[in-house]
Design a binder for this molecule. Sequence first.
Ligand SMILES: *[C@@H]1O[C@H](CO)[C@@H](O)[C@H](O)[C@H]1NC(C)=O
Ligand SMILES: *[C@@H]1O[C@H](CO)[C@@H](O)[C@H](O)[C@H]1NC(C)=O
Ligand SMILES: *[C@@H]1O[C@H](CO)[C@@H](O)[C@H](O)[C@H]1NC(C)=O
Ligand SMILES: *[C@@H]1O[C@H](CO)[C@@H](O)[C@H](O)[C@H]1NC(C)=O
Ligand SMILES: *[C@@H]1O[C@H](CO)[C@@H](O)[C@H](O)[C@H]1NC(C)=O
Length: 950
Amino acid sequence: MPVLLLFLFLFHHAPMAAAAADAPSSPELDKTQNSIMKNLSSIVGINSWNSTTPVCNWTGVNCSRSGSGFSMVVTNITLSNYDMYNSSIIAYICNIDTLQSLDLSRNSFTDLGDLFSNTSCRMKEGLQSLNLSSNRLSQPLSNLPRFPQLEVLDLSINHFTGGNLNTYLSSFTNLRSLNLSFNHLNGDVPTSMVSSLAELVLSGNHLSGSIPLGMFNYKNLTLLDLSQNNLTGPVPDKFMNLSKLEILLLSDNRLIGEIPDSLSNVTTLFRFAANLNNFTGQIPSNIANYVRMLDLSYNYLSGKIAPDFLSHPGLQTVDLTGNMLEGAIPRKLSQSLYRLRLGENRLSGNISDSICDGKGLTYLELDNNQLTGNIPSELGKCKNLSLLNLASNNLQGTVPDAISSLDKLVVLELQNNSLSGPIPHTFSGLRSLSTVNLSHNSFTGQIPSGIFKFQMLSTLDLQGNAISGNIPISISSSKSLIELNLANNALTGTIPTMPTTLSTSLNLSHNNLSGSIPSSLGSLSELEILDLSYNSLSGEVPSSLGSLQSLTQLVLSYNDLSGSVPSFRQNVEISTVGNPGLTNGTGNNNDTPITGKKKMHIVVIIIFTIAGALVGLCLLAAAVMMLLSKRIYRVEDEGLPAVESVPQIMNGCLITMNSIHTSAIEFMKAMEAVSNHQNIFLKTRFCTYYKAVMPNGTTYSVKKLNSSDKIFQIGNQEKFAREIEVLGKLTNSNVMVPLAYILTVDSAYLIYEHAYKGTVSDLLHGVQSDVIDWPSRYSIALGVAQGLTFLHGCTQPVLLLDLSTRTIHLKSKNEPQIGDIELYKIIDPSRSTGSFSTIAGTVGYIPPEYAYTMRLTMAGNVYSFGVILLELLTGKPSVTDGIGLAKWALSLSARPAQREQILDTRISGASIAVHSQMLSVLNIALACVAFSPDARPKMRNVLRMLFNAK
Ligand SMILES: *[C@@H]1O[C@H](CO)[C@@H](O)[C@H](O)[C@H]1NC(C)=O
Ligand SMILES: *[C@@H]1O[C@H](CO)[C@@H](O)[C@H](O)[C@H]1NC(C)=O
Ligand SMILES: *[C@@H]1O[C@H](CO)[C@@H](O)[C@H](O)[C@H]1NC(C)=O
Ligand SMILES: *[C@@H]1O[C@H](CO)[C@@H](O)[C@H](O)[C@H]1NC(C)=O
Ligand SMILES: *[C@@H]1O[C@H](CO)[C@@H](O)[C@H](O)[C@H]1NC(C)=O
């Protein structure tokens, strides 16, 4: 009995003892707050906000002991990045009057109900920190309520409007940090904030006027960002007042006058950017004494760069591009300097042999100056160098062998100088080299055959030199060569087999090449421009050239060619003049001599997307890019009124690690392309595709997600980025995988390889009169099935929201690629005002069950694929005379004798084999479009059946 009692006692009291031991450190949550929070949880819908977990342990909830100490109260709520838009949560939160910090950033709120209205919200009184960044809020700022205790206010990346902020901002008497960036605010820079303000971020608005003197009363400022506004006038030279300033950003305004000298005395300042303004005068000689990152590019600064300007310890990046600086480049560089951009100035003298003493230098741009002398062999000491741009100077002499020890070099630009001697054989040590431009120099000797062994080499431009000898046959083994320009040299011998990777252009014009045009050139199926003019080529033009799928320009003029010109696709521009023996066989091509119009124009500017490849990290919209983009669009503003303004990049990220793409893709170029309607080549229901030519000549497709409807979730940027990055890791040749993405204030863009030869819909129903034969249609069917099987088989299956012949692109007549794979991740059909089936897909491809299931499924995708098969089999569009193809085919198929009538009779009679294969594929198609989702085969089986139908 006593044992039993003891047992009972223990049983009863052990938990109580534990609770008692806990009690002093964690009392229970206040009962009222507990019930408020539980009501809130039912709207919020986060997994951990459940009844088995105490409220104070919920993700994003922090509590502390109440004033009286008898209970706990909620002090912080963080609901960032949950894609929320329902403002009714505010009504509950307003009752948590102990709240100190509320973070609702990165959601999709368009309204914040009680928080913004004048009805009572008790929480407002004690709130210290409020973060509403990255939502879709659009009120005039001055209509917002007061928050008497607020210390931190972040309203950035919304659509707040209004000017004259002084009255509103003066009501915050405790403010420490204020971020209103990327809204639509106008008027003057406010100066009515409390004097203790430490951080002020107003970038990306339409603020105008000059920088007010009142700004210099904020003695505790550590961060001041006024960039990307419309500020004018000179900058007051009063920075000795701001003795705690760490970051000062004035970029991209219309400021004038001199860079204030007083900045040199701010010992805490480590980052200063004043690029893209109209500053004049000399650079204050001591400005780099304390600053670690300095950007004064694209102004009108003149005078010399002080000899010790670049030598201060701690200096990391200096960008003085695009000014009027003269004199010599300082000899002594800081050990920590890794990026030095001095291009587009008037610098003269030699490149110092001590330039690499710092060893850390990774990006060196000295292009478009008046530098003379030799390239110092000491450059070989810059072991980290990945970009070397010395183009457009007056450099002489040979390229030192030492360059070949730079095994991290990716881009080498030495064009437009007076360099001579041979191209060093030792170049073959440059394993990472992707772009080599040695054009317009006086190089002699032969092309070193080792140069084509670089696995990464994508662009080689040697035009305008005096290079002789044969084109090395090793070129055929090149793995990545996209563009080759050997024009205007003294090359002899015959044209060797070219690598099939060549796509942008192959220019061998103005040489002494002889022999016939090899028919193997016909296998360069991606090639767009082929120029063989001004050589001594003889014989007939091989008919294989007629099959070049991507060709847009063929220049054969001034050779010794004979016979007749084979027939080409209609839109190929062909020039054959100056070949007396050559007759224009078909007559359907204009003999338009190519004028000076050079489609692929190499722009000298290179922006450091390479960093992305090297570090494998996303580049936040590096100031550099925005700046350049802004500069160029200003020029366009004046010249090309038809062009929309270039969208401003908020965040750009390379997903691919492939250095060909990472060094070629420039976000700014992509944004320029999308600002011009003429670049549009395809519109689908949710997307618009643009063609963008990058400065290195490579073309990419840029896809804009038409985010007009609420159904898009792009407002939630982090989520978007995460989803796209997952998709970017997929590898399947039948799936269009994004290489990079760009986010702007109101849109998202994805970048793809440009291999576009129309859609399957164009091929089947386009204006082109040719009937596509069955083997091509069959390989399209197989390709799409392979892509779809792959997507459905991923660890996290990828479903297609819009699968139709319009969203399947063609790389060639029989290589399909499934596009728009990201839509199901970023479109939320449940938010649509219409029914699910009006959102999910294109009429004719939508499975019947979508009308009531409200859910994307694999079986639904199989149905859409079945319709695509039917389209390939019948040649008919998915809806004819108001009747869906699937319904029509199902009704006819009831009687086997009538199945014949379903097939496209233009091709089904080609042979018995074709006929029977088409009938087998028809059976598969009919299974796919079965009314019941359960009756449809899985993609894996569809693919197997298609293979067996061979
Ligand atoms: C409740 O939340 C906890 C995390 O706090 C989680 O592990 C658990 O799975 C959740 N329970 C339910 C039923 O969602
Ligand atoms: C809640 O959090 C406290 C403190 O972190 C911890 O000791 C306790 O075990 C947690 N309770 C639950 C049920 O997770
Ligand atoms: C809660 O918010 C306050 C006020 O902004 C802040 O000082 C504190 O660090 C926050 N606590 C937690 C745990 O996030
Ligand atoms: C600046 O900060 C210091 C220390 O935090 C404080 O004592 C001082 O009052 C502040 N200055 C202003 C003008 O508020
Ligand atoms: C900048 O100000 C000028 C006049 O000072 C005005 O014409 C222009 O539209 C403004 N630009 C922006 C973007 O606000």
